[in-house]
Design a protein around this ligand. Sequence first.
Ligand SMILES: [Zn+2]
Length: 330
Amino acid sequence: MIVWFVAALAAMVVLSHTAPVPTSVDDAAGPRALWHVPPRGDRPTVYLTYDDGPNPTATPALLEVLARLEARATFFVIDTHVTRDTAPILRQMFARGHGVALHSADRWLLTASPAELSATLERAAAHIEQLAGSRPCAAFRPHGGWRSARMYRGLARGGYTLVGWSWMAWDWNWFRRRTGESVADRVARRARDGTIAVIHDGHHENPRANRQYAVEATERLVPALRERGFVFGSICDVVGPDGVAPEPPPTPRRQPARVPIRGRELTQIVTRAPRSSGERDPHGAPSWPGSCVEKRGALTPRDEADTCAVRNARSAAPMNGASARVVDVP
Ligand SMILES: [Zn+2]
């Protein structure tokens, strides 16, 4: 009896560190874990990600397909595959606006100390920057999705977000050979707003593996998703410079009030005056000429009379670090 209990417990512990879905280990990491992107824009977005490259036999063809279909993606590359020979592939990724982020080829990185892990990532990022001219963004995907609380501490130390993938939006078949068709079908079926799909354009041990299926899958997937209204985003736009994914926006989303100002609309006032001894009332009149008090949230018609905010909005060149957004009336 005890043996079974211990075995079940051990299985649960192993699964929480290796399962291809977020587990308690990821929950505890808060914003350092990204397994699905919260809705961000007006249009449903899919994040195509490619692992284990750069692969000179597949990645250039893949980049051509993405360019022809005008879709952006994110490449999780393995540091040791980045060489003088493959660096031009990375340069192309950067130049075409794709995300480039770090991947690992070692499952047991989950046992590395936080200091070791952050040093490893820093070395890899510097190596890529030196060879390809740009730095990968602050996203990291561990090999096979193997992770630990210790790994998350290392990521926090280095300023990285761990990026997983959405349920079943992956390219491995448990028992069958993968083909472009089967992978495209599965990912398309599973795609929702914020889906992170993972496809392998490389192999962690073989830097020149045959990954033609990844090129074919992409060729089918992009038009199929676009037809359903999806756009394609980069994970590097989602993780901030310090690697912390933003909080999901509050739901339901409120439309800000729109106040016409001579054919334009002020959608929000985010004017901000520097705190000074002259400031009296955060909601009252400005306390010195040419400055604005802070005002957040939707505009009310009364705000139209707020000459300070309106002036800032009109000039669209807000002063003193203040900002106000103006949109044209459709
Ligand atoms: Zn991998």
